[in-house]
Design a protein around this ligand. Sequence first.
Ligand code: GLU
Length: 460
Amino acid sequence: MSIRLRFAPSPTGFLHIGNARTALMNALLARREGGAFVLRLDDTDTARSEERFATAIVEDLEWLGIPPDEVARQSERFERYSAAIARLTEAGLLYACYETAEDLDRKRKRRLARRLPPIYDRAGLMLDEAERARLEDEGRRPHWRFLLPNFDSDPAEIRSTPITWTDLCRGEQTVDLGSLSDPVLVREDGSFLYTLPSVIDDIELGITHVLRGDDHVTNTGAQIPIFQALGAAPPAFGHHNLLVRADGEALSKRSGALSLRSLRDEGYEPQSVASLAVLTGTSQAIEAVSDLDALAARLDLSGISRSPASFDPADLDALNAQILRGFDYAAVADRLEVLGVGGGEAFWVAIRDNISRLSDAADWWRVVTGPVEADLSDEDRAFAAEAARHLPEEPWDDTTFKAWTKAVQAATGRKGKSLFQPLRIALTGRPDGPEMRSLMPLFGRRSTLDRLSGPGDRPR
Ligand code: GLU
């Protein structure tokens, strides 16, 4: 049987790099094993879910290179959830509760004062018909809880009930159902909380592996008995550590910080974002991996650390530079054209080691097309004018710079930095950048002469 994985964001904001970590882990595992990758939009919260975010999520996954094989929406599946609710109620596993948030808070505090675990006391389960009718007559609407299997015969006698699974990331993992409150599955207004729809979807969409953040470990403990109550074998679970910024700033779908959109707009390549998102906090070295199959091959779920995956957003620059360095001209030709960059392959090969965003290519193209402004002392300006007299005739190639500077050295006695630095500044306007031997043929003799003669006395 081929595996099926899903990524299940709620469309309440733009995906950020931490969401990308979860999406990629699922998509890459599916890709590596020849399985399917499903996007499930968790849009049961109709007030906060927005169509523009749903659209953006699909676009962002495409940008990352992991378009989903299928898309499912929870908002289109409410009937399925109602059917499962009916089954659970029928089986006596779903019961009505009438406490308000304040009631629950009071109960929690009372239990804590008595040094008892602050879990729900199942008062709703103990109500008889008449009591329920009275509460409903008072205008109270129930919310509904799932009865966890953490007792022998008397639900009031809760006992320690370890639920254990072999987590794909964390190894043997245990949650004690005896320390959990019966989860609320349906709110007073009839809307569904995340817990049950997720289980029903995982069953009905045939999900075999659930990879999600380790903030869901306790949920898994509560969801496994729901799978069982619905007569389904739970999928395999893996809980990865969460990406956290080294500077402590939170990643939030709502704030848009480090959203995939903003990273794309800032000119980062999807491969560098994917490499950072997947490799941080694992046993693998963090380096730019330009190919998703290669990244999938490195995915080692059991090598994921249990502590938070701390990263510095500035690391993206180095990864991005690495990715760009690895691109051949064909990979970027169209995008360079959009940026108004000419010069063909020779230009790309000359500058690709010296950029950290593709848009930097446009800056270097302006350097190549000139004119450039060079800040040189009078002495260096005179030296540049002298150097101009030794420029070889064309055609030029990547040996020209060496031959020329040798001749200049012989004529002026300058060497090392005092020879090369003023020439670089005169020709490019900058103290560093691509190899001069690659740039010179791009400038050509005429333009090189202009640059060496500096402002003021440019030949007309
Ligand atoms: N919508 C849930 C979330 O984003 C999905 C969790 C899950 O993968 O089950 O946290």
